[in-house]
Ligand binder design. Structure first.
Ligand code: MN
Length: 220
């Protein structure tokens, strides 16, 4: 089945529409969003409405997880939500929350030998044994081999990933598109004024559209 893997949308609903059009998406094509559907951008509710109505698949990102935890009442005393998350809390409908809560930490697509996750995989560790924290937040492997969520914390985890699966992921707008033999990073920073990117199988081609504008400063 033709499958479109799409990087971090972060509420950029209009860019999602534009990208689906550029890819020639039609009902029957499968879409897998690699997480962080919500927050930072202008229309998180619109992204979730599209995802529900068009039957898009997705994995859970760290921002999706963050707002879900607040919604479900797991709130640390004294903590305050950032405006980018409060805006999500204020705009989602019950069916949007249900969709978000249904998102898995990873999706396996055996027909392509592909795994979709939001952030990363610890090299050498099978998918079923990966830690939730790494699937949601991992970016780097330090020189001594320690996993790190920081972009300046060492080398990209994907550069160490030897397969056997091809991992498609997002979460690393600072590094942008990453191409390694067994891992492709798809977050090209749309919400920061970059681009929204798709990788399409089986054709093995990238498509992207520009952001209409920068919705957030990349340092936030
Ligand atoms: Mn993320």
């Amino acid at each position: 089945m033709r499958t479109l893997f799409i990087g971090d949308v972060h509420g950029c609903a209009e860019e999602l529409d534009a990208l689906l059009a550029v890819c020639g998406w039609q009902p029957g094509d499968r879409v897998v969003l690699v997480g962080d559907l919500v927050a930072k951008g202008p229309d998180s509710a619109g992204v979730l409405a599209r995802a529900r109505e068009r039957g898009l698949l997705a994995v859970r990102g760290n921002h999706d997880e963050h707002v879900l935890r607040w919604h479900q009442g797991y709130v640390k005393p004294g903590k305050k939500l950032k405006p980018q998350h409060q805006q999500v809390m204020d705009t989602l409908a019950p069916e949007d929350w249900a969709y978000l809560a249904s998102l898995p930490l990873y999706l396996r697509l055996p027909e392509f030998n592909v795994v979709a996750v939001h952030a990363g995989m610890l090299p050498g560790v099978p998918l079923e044994s990966q830690h939730r924290e790494h699937l949601l937040n991992l970016r780097s492997i330090t020189r001594d081999g320690t996993p790190s969520k920081r972009v300046d914390g060492g080398e990209p985890w994907a550069s160490h990933w030897r397969g056997p699966e091809l991992v498609l992921f997002g979460h690393d707008a600072m590094r942008g598109i990453q191409r390694y033999p067994h891992a492709l990073g798809l977050d090209s920073g749309c919400v920061y004024g970059g681009r929204l990117t798709a990788y399409v199988l089986p054709e093995g081609r990238f498509y992207s559209v520009p952001a209409r504008r920068a919705y957030m400063d990349a340092t936030l």
